[in-house]
Write a protein of this length. Structure first.
Length: 62
């Protein structure tokens, strides 16, 4: 069941080589949870210097 759509923009500015050396990039997106259950998030990251987009699905159980 689709509950909600949350759109947010965050900027990460750093040298390409430094970014590629990182194993994880962490950021938070506040989302009020109103019901118990498993939540799925579709995360899309865009590279502003090219047309590249990266997509990942994240789940969280409450």
């Amino acid at each position: 069941k689709k509950v909600d759509v949350v759109e947010t923009q965050k900027s990460l500015v750093m040298d390409k080589d430094e970014l590629l050396k990182m194993k994880n990039i962490e950021f938070s997106i506040p989302y009020p949870v109103s019901q118990k259950g498993k939540y799925y998030f579709d995360v899309v990251i865009e590279d502003k210097n090219s047309t590249a987009k990266y997509r990942n699905f994240v789940s969280h159980k409450v």
